[in-house]
Every structure is written in structure tokens, then in C-alpha cells.
Design a protein around this ligand. Structure first.
Ligand code: SF4
Ligand code: SF4
Length: 128
């Protein structure tokens, strides 16, 4: 069996909750796409700024270094990542600083993600 490669979902393992124990949050090294509603919940934009054009919101957040890009076609913003691939809001202890306010896609992972039901953990489940 081939090694798990975070960037290649075809190599991921079928997810079981027990795999998260001891995992260094490898899912927080994947690109994260967020909506305007996510950005508001994350308090990256205010209630007033929600009414801005998406291009203006994108410019503000790209200038602030929290968003990497914006796709007009989907209306989704991609969060910035650190040089090592970590999500910009992952702290040095590998905890999400916005966990209670995290984006919908993070709440749903891995049911929602590049390969639903699979995740990039390198640890196999120790439980059935
Ligand atoms: S990569 Fe998988 S096992 Fe690791 S924290 Fe994320 S969901 Fe849990
Ligand atoms: S927003 Fe939080 S949970 Fe989502 S990828 Fe970033 S650090 Fe992880």
C-alpha cells in the first residue's frame, strides 16, 4: 500500500474518529474555501462589510494576509496558508484559534472535502 500523501486524496485513509487522537491536524494543511457567511462568523469581516462587493472584501482580506485568493465563479475565498502549508489561523500548538467560529467546510470535514469519508491522517485507527 502506498504512503499517505496529504496532497493526493487518492492515498488517504478511510476516516474513523479515533484517528484524530494524536494527529497533528493534517486537515488544517489543506486549502480551505470559505463563504462570506463564514468570514462574518469568523469575525474577519463586520456586519457592515458583508454588504460590500465580494471583490472589495477579497481585496481587504488579501491585503490583511488572511485570504490568499477569491474565485468569482464560485464566490468562495481561499484562506491563506503559511509557508509550511498550515492554515493561517492554526496556532503554534496546532490548535485552530477560531475553532468555535471555524468555517462550515472545517465543521463538515471529512464528510465534505476533496475525498468524502477519507482523510490525510498518517495514523491508522487503533479502534474498529
Ligand atoms: S487529518 Fe483526519 S485524523 Fe487528522 S485531525 Fe484531520 S480529520 Fe482528524
Ligand atoms: S479554519 Fe481552523 S479548523 Fe479550519 S483549516 Fe484553519 S485552523 Fe483548521
Amino acid at each position: 500500500m502506498s504512503e499517505v500523501d496529504v496532497g493526493r486524496p487518492s492515498t488517504w485513509l478511510r476516516y474513523k474518529q479515533s484517528m484524530c487522537q494524536g494527529c497533528h491536524g493534517l486537515c488544517c494543511t489543506l486549502p480551505v474555501e470559505v463563504s462570506v457567511a463564514d468570514l462574518q462568523r469568523m469575525e474577519l469581516i463586520t456586519a457592515d462589510e458583508v454588504r460590500w462587493s465580494v471583490r472589495k472584501i477579497a481585496k481587504k482580506l488579501i491585503d490583511q494576509g488572511v485570504v490568499r485568493s477569491f474565485r468569482v465563479r464560485t464566490g468562495l475565498f481561499t484562506l491563506e496558508q503559511r509557508p509550511n502549508g498550515d492554515c493561517v489561523v492554526l496556532d503554534k500548538n496546532r490548535l485552530c484559534v477560531l475553532y468555535e467560529r471555524r468555517p462550515q467546510v472545517c465543521r463538515m470535514f471529512p464528510a465534505l472535502g476533496p475525498r468524502p469519508g477519507f482523510c490525510p491522517s498518517k495514523r491508522k485507527s487503533t479502534r474498529p
